[in-house]
Design a protein around this ligand. Sequence first.
Ligand SMILES: [Zn+2]
Length: 453
Amino acid sequence: MPEVELTQVFRSRRAVLPEGEQAADVVVVDGRITEVRPYGGGEGVGELVDLGDLALLPGLVDSHVHVNEPGRTEWEGFATATRAAAAGGVTTIVDMPLNSIPPTTTVANLEAKRKVADGQTFVDVGLWGGAIPGNTADLEPLHRAGVFGFKSFLAPSGVDEFPHLTGDQLEEALAEQARIGALAIIHAEDPAVLDAAPQHPGPHYSDFLASRPDDAEATAVSGLLAAAERTGARVHILHVSSAAVLPLLRQARADGVRVTAETCPHYLTLAAEQVPDGDTAFKCCPPIRDESNRDLLWQALADGEFAAVVSDHSPSTPDLKHLARYGGNGDFAAAWGGIASLQLGLPAIWTEARRRGFALTDVVRWMSAGPAALVGLDAKGAIAPGKDADLVAFDPDAAFTVDPEGLHHRNPVTPYAGRSLTGAVRTTWLRGQVVDVDADARPIGRIIARGEA
Ligand SMILES: [Zn+2]
């Protein structure tokens, strides 16, 4: 915080406010928005940042990011992930409890992760806890210590130190989370359906897709919704890929179950038909499905059935992806399942959203206001008085081709490589300060806790 009060005025002809897109002057005092005035109304009030025709967005909130530090920092670390976030217009991330070692399943592990992250993040970082077999007694202390809720898997997670929950264990974890008022976030694929699906390893995407059928998601979500109804827990379905899940969610909501869901840029912008054989940069679980499925996800998004669109940024090193261009065999079964997209989510979604007739206000609702509300970050997610001045200057008309070498992610592996996207982040501010991501820049992000920001 500056010692002397600093007043700034952010002026844009296209400020994306909760009430819609309009020309406005946004007044910021010491990093917090105090007023939104009519365009020109902030003249002489403070240091003017005139964006002209660039859109002014609230910084995005990405509640689904796998940073992997400590323990697998070679996959992604706090410095690289948060540089990528800032460059992509994301000003807050909430880090998943797994793929780091240790996983965030005890208070000691949480403190270890916070200690590592502190001082090296370029945006604000919160942490999720994990609910795994045997740590039910850890959930309440973790929640008190500020995790935003608890992630669980219903099928193997991909890493040994984060086992999935069986039906009975899920019931126990949800009952405890209902008792302490925590948000349960769930990777919903059913292990029995996965086991029964045809397994044909190799470079053909169609074989990989057949190994993770729609029914794996639908069956897992059905069981989860029943458990949520019995326990009264508030549940959130992570990364919905299959449209087969949507009618289940509608029915559960009609029945009064407390359930929300999210989907991700790759499910909304990529499709199975376009995945080249052997290009395991496209591998994620659940998988990218076909174009007709994608249209149904967009319809659900338009109808307000998704609380958020978040990245599920889950990188690994290129060798673990078995990518052909890094000397691998392109085997989808063996490749790490995860897509790196933290820096590209906004242009990817904007490109497709605009094509389908949506506006920037919609994108902001899905990628900023929605996820902020999901995790209870009252100071984030909107350009409005009382909110942090986490802001993004965005050129909605700028076209570019994705060059992986231009990404700040630790590993330049992305399924968006070579794609033409529209929409470029020009500047990102965190609490009114420009986020500089150059090599010698000083990280200005904070580690935030539930209920605090
Ligand atoms: Zn994930």
